[in-house]
Structure formats: C-alpha cells, structure tokens
Design a protein around this ligand. Sequence first.
Ligand code: PMV
Length: 330
Amino acid sequence: MTKREVIEQLLPKRLPAPCVSATAFAPANIALCKYWGKRDPELNLPTAGSLSISLGKLGSEVTLAPRAGRDRFALNGKLVAPESSFARRAAAFLDFFRPTSDFHFEVTAHNTVPTAAGLASSASGFAALTLALNKLFGWKLERRQLSILARLGSGSACRSLFDGFVEWHAGKAASGMDSFAEPLKFNWPDLRVGLVMISDKEKSIGSRDAMQHTRDTSPLYAAWPETVTRDLAELKTAIRTRNFTKLGEIAEGNALAMHATMIAARPSVLYWLPGSVEAIHAVHALRAEGCEVYFTMDAGPNLKLLFRKADVRCVVKEFSDLQVVAPFSA
Ligand code: PMV
C-alpha cells in the first residue's frame, strides 16, 4: 500500500474550505523502549512496538496558513531555504494534503528542543504539523487516526500525539491501520527526565537511513526484535507497579542494545562522541554512590537521564547544565 492510499482512506471525502490559519503544539517524546527498524519503509511500519514518555511543554508549535505563489518555511523565527532538509521533509509531507496542485503553505514552526540533535524534534514537528492540518482543513479526525497520519511523516511522531507514557503498537496489517500510538493510563508525578546536551550539531546520518542500514548490515540486528518484545512487556510491568529501578534498568539496557546493533553495522553508525562516553561513566559513578539515575540515548550523541524528584540535587550537582523536565506536572 502507498502513503497516498492510506491517506485517502483516512481523510473525510467532503471538506470545508480551509481556515485562514491553524496552530497546534505537540510534545517531544523520548523512547524508553526504542523503535529501530521497519517492516515497511514506505509507511514507517515498525518491526516491533515501542514505548515513550512525552516531554510536556518541550516540543514543537506549528502554524499553517494557505499562501499564494509557493511554500514558505520559517523555523524558530528565521526563514528556511526550500532546499534545507527541514523544508524538504515538511514539503514532501504536505504534498499529500494539498487540495489542488497550486495550493501552497506558509509554515511557521517553533521548536523548544534543539532541531536535529537527537532530541526527537522531527517527532514533535510532524505531530504538530498533522494536528495543524487537521485544524486547517477541518478534518475532525480522532487522535488514533492522526497518530497514523503523523507516522507517515516520521515513525516516532505517532507517539507525540499524546502526553505521558505512550505505547506504539507495531500492528500486523499491510495497510498499517493497526499501527498507531496510545497513551498508557499510568502517570508518575515524581519522575524526571534530564537532557544532557553533548552537541547540537546536525547529525551526519538521519535515523531513517541509519535504521535501514543497521537492519541490512548489522550481524547483531537479528537479536533486536526479541529484545524489544521482552523489554516492552517488562517496562509496562515496571510502570504499572511503579518500580523505578526496573524502569531505569530496562530503558538503559534497551538503548545500549539499540546502539550496539548500529555500532556493529557495516560501516558502523557511531553517534557517540567522547562527551557521550564521559557522561555514561558519570551516570554509572552516580549510581554506584547511591544517586539512582539511568540514561537513554537516541540517534545522536546526547543523553537523556531518568531519575526521581528526590534525586534532582545529586544529579544536577554532576550535570550542572542539565535541563530537567517533569513530564507529569502541568
Ligand atoms: O521516527 P524516526 O525516524 O525519527 O526514528 C526514531 C528513532 C529513535 O529515536 C532512535 C528511537 C525512538 O523510538 O524514538
């Protein structure tokens, strides 16, 4: 099935005229059990499920408006060249939704997380873009359908439609209609996520290409889907029983297993910088001293720390520039 066919199935047949403009926000999300590998690259259908936590007010706000002439993109207050990767990816997604071929968009985006630094800005960006399209064109779609649409822009975007803990069901259908995200009912008010910025430079290889290359060439990839299935089940139990040690151990182990698959790809995909390794050692040293903190990492050099409110002080003492997020506090 193609993206266009999926979209045709989801969108209402008769639409009102577009609004003058529409604005929407979506949070960034950090996977505690990762999505890494697709069973269908066209529709961004994952090999296995995944589970994330949304970052509250950290994310993307997108305003869309119809525009005469051609598309125009602005990111964080600056106009962006149409040939930049941001504009090209957004335009390619918007192409599916233009009512006529001469319909163009004014896209104004603001990220409260650094763009393309492995802090999931493409996830919040595509989720916010999907929500803004829903408003602009008056589709009135449900979150589950919007989650499927956002997934077509970037896989992990399907999880950014929701707050708190979010599970993305892998699904089995070739159409991907059963591959959407859903929030878990559990919250965890004293859970904290800390963002350790090692580098905000754009990464040399994006997650789309990196995960395909890993799946195609890494001798360790065969063990990955099974690891995810086990981690996902145990993570849900840890969340349900509020077992922080288990949650941290699984999230850290899952991230390391994912990076192991990519480091073993040929040629290797190594997102880690010297500062990333130093930070990993610092996390391990803190834990040895009784400050209970774990880390996870995505397709980039930065670390995301997981800890509880009671340990904020000892974590910030080590990581003085840490941006601390409380995902469950308003
Ligand atoms: O949705 P993408 O193509 O940006 O891939 C995201 C991949 C990871 O961030 C590494 C893992 C995840 O589950 O978010």
